[in-house]
Design a protein. Structure first.
Length: 206
């Protein structure tokens, strides 16, 4: 996702672990998991990339599973900070802010480090009955859709929750298409589809 400096502490800080070493592990794991997949990357590869000892990883996180959770939580927080700031920056009407969704996604899709959504990828790789990663993913989705819903409500949508979830489907679909095709233009196609949804907002969507 977007490389933004995290502003809040991460879960699972181990006692006696220097933050630079933990940060290197998180950065290394993020690069490797996002590019190659979680199951394809072992602990040995992560510690080699981070330049730390295996004992440091286990002391900081306890297990590879906890490292995966920490990566997802940090990635989600950083992406939300970037995406929601992009929606809300400057002066704009609620509809104008909603229309920023897909141009922002297009910027993300065009980055060299775009490998799709870490949450979608992680769920795809893991046991579908596994609840912890699903809970982290749902919390992330709820935070994003919550802001979209509030903008839809401000814009006068007759059913803001429904509109937010419809836009959420277009967002996820565009992410998957962009990942598979390596074409940032998926964001433009999703924006075109969203135009029909904005009809419900009346003449203000102009």
């Amino acid at each position: 996702m977007i490389a933004v400096v995290a502003a809040t502490p991460m879960m699972g800080d181990g006692p006696g672990i220097e933050s630079p070493a933990r940060e290197r592990l998180l950065e290394a794991a993020t690069r490797l998991f996002c590019r190659y997949g979680i199951n394809a990357v072992g602990v040995d590869t992560v510690v080699a990339e981070a330049g730390t000892a295996k004992a440091t990883l286990y002391k900081a996180f306890g297990s590879k599973e906890k490292l995966v959770e920490a990566v997802l939580e940090r990635e989600g927080r950083q992406w939300r900070d970037w995406f929601l700031a992009g929606l809300d920056t400057g002066e704009a009407t609620p509809v104008e802010r909603l229309r920023r969704i897909f141009p922002l996604l297009g910027e993300w899709f065009a980055q060299d480090r775009f490998y799709g959504c870490p949450f979608i990828n992680a769920i795809g790789e893991h046991d579908k009955a596994e609840d912890r990663l699903r809970a982290i993913t749902i919390a992330h989705k709820k935070a994003v859709l919550g802001r979209i819903e509030s903008l839809a409500l401000e814009a006068g949508a007759p059913d803001a929750n429904r509109l937010a979830h419809q836009l959420g489907l277009l967002i996820d679909g565009a992410i998957v298409v962009a990942m598979i095709s390596k074409d940032p233009g998926a964001a433009l196609l999703a924006a075109d589809a969203a135009d029909s949804l904005f009809v419900a907002l009346g003449s203000d969507c102009g």
